[in-house]
Design a protein around this ligand. Structure first.
Ligand SMILES: C[S@@+](CC[C@H](N)C(=O)[O-])C[C@H]1O[C@@H](n2cnc3c(N)ncnc32)[C@H](O)[C@@H]1O
Length: 393
């Protein structure tokens, strides 16, 4: 059923990560057919689907296009979905979940579309094999995605299932953890490759430091996961999958040791969580942990990158307290880090002005619904505080 020949593949990501995802996909040797706000499309084969699931750091899902069709009613949707030979893909004792995004005048809610797609699949399986898979919202079995826009529908096999951003190492999240794919995107945007010393002085649950350590080790993030929806398919080729995993493991062993990575936080609980998460990710030996105020971070002589993710503050009282934190970040950069490159990831540009240094680059990102910026500060020796309010947005 799954053709050996190349097929359209949509790789999705969070808003703000598409350029980085594109670069990752190209670095793996694929040509991009088109790029969208939240993903890229390539044409490749089934082995590539597994490879992409294993290696991509900034992606959410790898979606294999089953068919696209003109669709102007729920009845048409049901009929077209029924033409796919599902019995060759889904084990009758499997588990099915459907995820829909609808922007069409034909239906006004995605739940209804989910049910129509699910009914079409299980009705066909009942007719042909006399049994149907269980279905529900969990993404632990076979996952089918529908995108229905205006009068066109696209039906995909979601080969990842649970989002690839869930690497499964973060057992202890602590406060306001960054999604793993976003943290990887932030580190890739800084140009980090493991050769520069790295300080993460507000590490929280350690996501930035852990993603950095995975990049430095050349370790495919998918090696950490045990679940991929494609392994649930009747057509799954375990031998090819294990061969791809072995190749990825070899690549990761080949990588040279990285420059030091230091992760610290004022909160002992955060550092404990970060250490535990790094252990689960298998990179704790690559990260030095410390409990301290960021201003007390030991700064090595050889300059590198400092990446900080302070709280953004939503309530007024918090904002007032945070003004002081952001002001102190500026002092820390200026007084303790000459020669380094500082990065601040924040969703509050008013607070960022308190840093008092002018950013040489402002890369837009989205953290869920919050528009954020990764601000880059070149901390030249002797760099001067700029007057308050100089544009950092
Ligand atoms: C937004 S969270 C960072 C989340 C982190 N990126 C993650 O993925 O888990 C901000 C962190 O800064 C820490 N923090 C706040 N003030 C600090 C200070 N003065 N020195 C060091 N860490 C501080 C907090 O304890 C919190 O863990």
């Amino acid at each position: 059923m799954i053709p050996a020949e190349p097929n359209p593949i949509l790789i999705t990501c969070a808003k703000g990560l598409a350029d980085l995802l594109r670069a990752e996909v190209e670095a793996l040797g694929y040509e991009i057919d088109s790029q969208h706000e939240t993903g890229v499309i390539i044409t490749a084969g089934w082995r590539d689907v597994m490879r992409l699931n294993l290696h991509l750091r900034t992606a959410f899902n790898v979606l294999w296009l089953l068919k696209s069709f003109d669709c102007r009613s729920p009845k048409r949707l049901y009929n077209r979905v029924q033409t796919v030979p599902w019995e060759r893909l889904i084990p009758p004792d499997g588990y099915l979940s459907v995820v829909s995004k609808v922007e069409t005048p034909s239906v006004d809610n995605s739940m209804f579309a989910n049910v129509r797609v699910k009914d079409a699949i299980v009705d066909r399986m009942n007719e042909i094999v006399g049994r149907r898979p269980d279905s529900g919202p969990e993404r632990t079995g076979i996952v089918v995605n529908l995108y229905w826009k205006d009068h066109r529908a696209w039906l995909y096999l979601n080969t990842s299932g649970i989002k690839l951003s869930d690497r499964s190492y973060r057992k202890l999240p602590h406060d306001a953890p960054m999604q793993e794919s976003l943290a990887a995107g932030v580190m890739l945007a800084t140009g980090y490759d493991g050769t520069q010393p790295l300080l993460c002085p507000m590490c929280g649950s350690g996501t930035l430091a852990i993603e950095a350590a995975l990049i430095a080790a050349g370790r495919a993030p998918g090696l950490l996961r045990t679940h991929f929806a494609f392994t649930q398919l009747k057509t799954h080729d375990e031998e090819v999958w294990q061969q791809l995993r072995r190749e990825a493991q070899k690549l990761s062993r080949k990588k040279r040791p990285s420059a030091p990575i230091m992760a610290s936080d004022l909160s002992a609980g955060a550092v404990q969580a970060a250490r535990k998460n790094a252990m689960t990710a298998g990179v704790e030996h690559r990260i030095e942990f410390r409990i301290c105020d960021f201003a007390e971070t030991p700064v090595p002589d050889q300059p590198g990158l400092i990446v900080m993710n302070p709280e953004y503050g939503k309530r007024l009282g918090e904002t007032e307290v945070l003004k002081e934190t952001y002001r102190r970040i500026g002092d820390f950069f200026k007084q303790r880090c000459p020669g380094w490159t500082g990065y601040v990831f924040t969703g509050n540009l008013e607070l960022a002005k308190q840093i008092g240094l002018s950013a040489s680059r402002r890369t837009p990102f989205w953290n869920a619904e919050i528009e954020c910026r990764l601000l880059k500060f070149e901390l030249y020796r002797g760099s001067q505080r700029t007057p308050k309010g100089v544009a950092t947005s």
